[in-house]
Design a binder for this molecule. Structure first.
Ligand code: BES
Ligand code: ZN
Length: 456
């Protein structure tokens, strides 16, 4: 068989079996989860690289020794361009197990979707890259381009080892173009080529007033309440509409350009579909009008309290809690200076007092936003490949999520274009319970990658 698309079609189930195998390894990279398991998943990825026939397969330490980078290459097309492909094999924690309709680490098919943690973000993306390379190699026997492929094991916890890895291995990863298969599609029928990402500033904030929780009847009154104090402090971060209230951060946000506005308004948008896909309850109002949703998602900062903990639901006795802890995140956009915004945010929090209590900030992380020009010919070629793979024109999209190292890669590769595609769609629910990947979206993504690699 010499047609890679046909080869892919007849071996699709084999590739999905590999996905099932990877998904079964709960490679949660968050601190507090067993990091050894992430390393085990890395080993399986290494085996998959070998099965595809990649060469010079190597592992490099990540920010944690059990979260290695796995590298492989196929460089037998001298004089032809080199493509660096990226995916990550670590996943988010599963969240609330009771909310999963099938076990989080067991790939389960339902209505054309494959449910499991990491099915789409990003084990499905990683397998898509491998399936495309494998289908060409096993059918044609060789690739028309050189390929380097990198799998990361610590993307979901901030890519702590990436700067070091890139700095040490600059020549190993040199390429003419980067394909990052870790992003979204506009919908199940329309491929997205992501041209902007938001950044992310995260920090933990804690207020502690007491040594231990005490009886709220016997001692409540004279004692300041830590949970209330933290609530008050966090509430100062946004105005009544939920917009970040720190003026210096607001002022750094650039208004949408006429071109961006034009791109946004050309995208078909259905508010009801958005409400349905976002999981918002029928009685909950959106914070903006339907016409502003995409702008808010892609080009405006947004502030979230990711976790607020003062006691546990199961043990919510009549107590004055001793302390309260929150993890907060600010999604940033052009042209917010992330380091400056981090400083402003931290200083603002540390300045506040509530009932005389102050909050301590720790574990601060900063990931930058990214926005690319699209005049390099690789963008047109990817658009052509997506059109062939999906049987329909793709759209350029922004993404509200963050992949902070895209800029690190392009810088290390002397400004090489980064093409962000992926196997997620609005029904994926990445990071949430019941994450899933549409088999058809995955299929179309693999086909597009085959077209791209065959024609770049
Ligand atoms: N792949 C996601 C980002 C994403 C999700 C893009 C869904 C498009 C659709 C990525 O793995 C991710 O979640 N990134 C983190 C970055 C953080 C850990 C610095 C994020 O956005 O929270
Ligand atoms: Zn991801």
């Amino acid at each position: 068989m010499s047609d890679p698309l046909q080869y892919f079609q007849s071996h699709e189930t084999d590739y999905l079996k590999k996905l099932k195998h990877l998904v079964a390894i709960p490679s949660v990279s968050f601190p507090g989860f067993e990091q050894k398991v992430v390393g085990e998943c890395g080993n399986e990825v290494k085996k998959l690289f070998t099965e595809v026939g990649l060469e010079n397969i190597q592992t490099f330490p990540g920010g944690h020794p059990e979260r290695p980078y796995i590298y492989g290459e196929w460089l037998k097309a001298p004089g032809r361009p080199t493509v660096l492909m990226y995916g990550h094999y670590d996943v988010q924690p599963p969240g609330n197990l009771d909310k999963w309709q099938s076990p989080p680490f067991e790939l389960t098919e339902k209505n054309g979707r494959l449910f499991a943690r990491g099915s789409a973000d990003d084990k499905g993306g990683l397998i898509a890259n491998l399936a495309a390379i494998d289908s060409i190699l096993k059918s044609v026997g060789s690739l028309p381009v050189n390929v380097k492929i990198l799998a990361e094991g610590e993307e979901e916890c901030g890519s702590g080892g990436l700067d070091n890895f890139v700095a040490k291995n600059k020549s190993l990863i040199q390429a003419d173009v980067i394909i990052i298969t870790d992003a979204d599609n506009y919908d199940e029928q329309t491929a997205g080529l992501t041209v902007s990402l938001r950044g992310l500033i995260s920090m933990s904030v804690e207020v502690q007033a007491l040594k231990q929780p005490v009886h709220s009847g016997l001692l409540g009154g004279p004692l300041p309440d830590s949970a209330m104090a933290l609530s008050k402090i966090l509430a100062t971060l946004v105005d009544d509409s939920g917009e970040i209230s720190i003026p210096e951060i607001r002022e750094m946000v650039v208004p949408l350009s006429a071109d961006d506005r034009q791109e946004l308004s050309s995208l078909p948008f259905d508010e009801h579909k958005f409400r349905d896909e976002s999981g918002i309850l029928p009685e909950t109002k959106l914070r903006c009008s339907a016409g502003e949703i995409l702008e808010h998602l892609w080009f405006k900062p947004s502030f979230s309290i990711n976790c607020f903990q003062a006691s546990s639901q199961a043990q919510a006795g009549n107590v004055v809690v001793a302390s309260a802890w929150a993890r907060i995140g600010l999604r940033t956009v052009p042209n917010i200076d992330n380091e400056k915004a981090k400083q402003l945010l931290q200083e603002h929090i540390e300045r506040q007092t509530a009932f005389g209590l102050k909050a301590k900030v720790s574990n601060v992380s900063v990931g930058t936003w990214w926005k690319t020009k699209t005049d390099h010919p690789a963008f047109k070629q990817m658009e052509a490949a997506l059109a062939k793979g999906w049987g329909r024109a793709s759209v350029k999209i922004g993404c509200g999520g963050s992949i902070p190292f895209v800029q690190t890669f392009t810088d290390a590769l002397g400004g090489a274009p980064a093409l962000l595609i992926g196997v997620c769609d609005p029904k994926t629910f990445a990071h949430s319970e019941n994450e899933s990947m549409s088999i058809e979206v995955w299929r179309k993504s693999v086909r597009s990658l085959i077209h791209f690699l065959s024609s770049f």
